[in-house]
Design a protein around this ligand. Structure first.
Ligand SMILES: Cc1cc2nc3c(=O)[nH]c(=O)nc-3n(C[C@H](O)[C@H](O)[C@H](O)COP(=O)(O)OP(=O)(O)OC[C@H]3O[C@@H](n4cnc5c(N)ncnc54)[C@H](O)[C@@H]3O)c2cc1C
Length: 463
């Protein structure tokens, strides 16, 4: 294996035809290029290959293999565990590959592997269309899609992977491949939830749906009402029409407009809504929840779809400290509600939060083994995130997140959404894929027998 210093020298000689940028330790821009969204992650790769084309990606894959270097792939750099980057690795950074082509007639969009959802939503919105993606707009398309993709459109139109029509990849041996229902169907199955284990996706093609103006925004209740609100929500959400989506949260009212000044910093529980019907239909759908307790604020109104998806982007800029824990939740028993109320009440900092994302409705129309995403029969993806700008609070947010998870995991369905996990070991990865793990391992052995793509929630090649 070449040393870190020599890898940079070797790259200069061997990657002379590289069209993008090669950034090595000591280069101006190296420290910026190695930053990811989560500032708790501080890793020093040997080489960052900012690829401009699939040929660049193939060249970088071959270079890493020739020199037996660890290979990491960075899409949007948003992964909580920092899986887009690794110490001493060759990092293929897809940030220069962000092309987006909307075909309004065919209702499809082709997106290059380094784009973010904010960019995709803005482009498809111009045609009055959208594909299921996120609750938060900034995340990368690459990592989010390959892990599943949970967003406001999930109850109506399914996960992001349920709307993936085709992917273009560079494989571990440097060759190019397409994956779709017709071409390499085993590979197509594996990438719809199996993460970046099978190759570098240089472009995705998604199905689009007519989604334009939605009725969206938050309702907040005093934290003291949390038990009552959560008990009502657990019945309300799964029974609601598929046009309605609302995730539950614990947190604090952000100290900024458009939130009323009198509520700034107030500890609350809440629901952030996105309803796809008319204003009247939305009001009617939400009415039963608004009759629970005494809401402090109901800020729902008609907004362009990208508006609600980007609503929290400003509150969570890059560079904060993040610690993540997650679970899938099939039901919220009274004991589970009590545990949530206790730990939600102890939320340590203004940015820290717990969300319950609905994944019923259209998500459950797909069978458990139709894609690797195996938890099709649950109601929520739960995520607990300790977040703060100050590195001095890293311990506080980590301890709270772990303690909250320890208290509630016993009420979960077992595994967790891979995109909300940090480095939690093989057992957690297996728990997440359940009966689909062995098939993933066989496909991994066929496409990546040497486990070249292993900076991820790793599927070990079947032996
Ligand atoms: C603020 C915030 C909001 C979020 N909101 C949501 C949400 O609403 N819904 C949701 O489902 N998730 C959400 N997530 C989680 C998100 O899905 C994951 O963080 C995801 O890993 C991000 O993808 P990325 O490309 O930005 O990550 P990266 O850190 O770049 O990569 C993550 C993993 O994917 C692999 N990868 C990325 N791109 C490619 C590619 N093109 N080809 C092959 N492998 C690739 C990487 O190798 C790595 O293993 C959110 C995360 C953050 C930080």
């Amino acid at each position: 294996m070449a040393t870190t210093a020599s890898l940079a020298d070797l790259a200069e000689r061997e990657l002379a035809a590289f069209a993008g940028e090669l950034i090595a330790p000591g280069d101006a821009g190296y420290d910026d290029a190695r930053k990811v969204h989560n500032a708790m992650i501080d890793r020093r790769p040997a080489l960052i290959a900012r690829s401009a084309s699939p040929d660049d990606v193939a060249a970088a894959v071959g270079f890493a293999a020739r020199h037996d270097a660890l290979l990491a792939v960075r899409g949007g750099g948003h992964n909580g565990g920092g899986l887009g980057i690794a110490d001493d690795a060759v990092v293929i950074d897809l940030g220069l590959m962000r092309g987006i082509t909307v075909d309004a007639d065919a209702r499809t969009v082709r997106v290059e592997g380094g784009a973010t959802w904010r960019e995709v939503d803005a482009a498809t919105h111009q045609a009055g269309l959208a594909t299921p993606s996120v609750f938060f707009g900034k995340s990368g398309v690459g990592g989010l899609t390959l892990g599943g993709g949970i967003g406001y459109l999930a109850r109506k139109h399914g996960l992001t992977i349920d709307n993936l029509l085709e992917a273009e990849l560079v494989l571990a041996d440097g060759s190019r491949a397409r994956a779709s229902a017709r071409e390499n169907p085993d590979l197509f199955w594996a990438i719809r939830g199996g993460g970046g284990n099978f190759g570098v996706v240089t472009a995705f093609t998604f199905r689009l749906h007519p989604v334009s103006i939605v009725n969206a925004g938050p309702t907040f209740w005093p934290i003291e009402h949390a038990g009552e609100v959560l008990r009502a929500y657990r019945e309300f959400m799964p029974a609601a029409d598929r046009d309605a989506n609302g995730f539950f949260l614990f947190g604090f009212v952000p100290p900024a407009p458009p939130f009323p000044e009198a509520l700034h910093g107030r500890q609350v529980c809440g629901i952030v809504w996105c309803h796809l019907g008319s204003e009247e239909e939305a009001a009617q759908a939400m009415a039963p929840m608004l009759a629970v307790g005494t809401p402090l604020m109901h800020g729902v109104g008609a907004v362009p779809f990208p508006g609600i998806q980007g609503a929290f982007d400003g509150l969570y800029p890059a560079g904060l400290q993040w610690y993540w824990r997650a679970d899938f939740v099939r039901e919220l028993s009274d004991a589970a509600v009590d545990a949530h109320v206790e730990w939600g009440g102890k939320t340590p900092t203004g940015h820290s939060t717990m969300h319950l994302y609905p994944i019923d409705g259209a998500v459950a129309d797909v069978a458990q083994d139709d894609t690797p995403f195996s938890y099709r029969d649950v109601k929520w993806a739960e995520v607990i995130v300790g977040v703060d700008p100050d590195p001095a609070n890293a311990g506080v947010i980590t301890d709270w997140t772990k303690a909250y998870w320890d208290a509630t995991h016993q009420y979960s369905a077992g595994g967790a959404y891979v995109n909300f996990m940090m480095d939690e070991g093989q057992e957690r990865v297996r728990a997440t894929y359940q009966g689909n793990y062995d098939r993933l391992a066989r496909i991994k052995a066929a496409y990546d027998p040497k486990n070249t793509f292993r900076v991820n929630q790793n599927i070990r090649p079947a032996s």
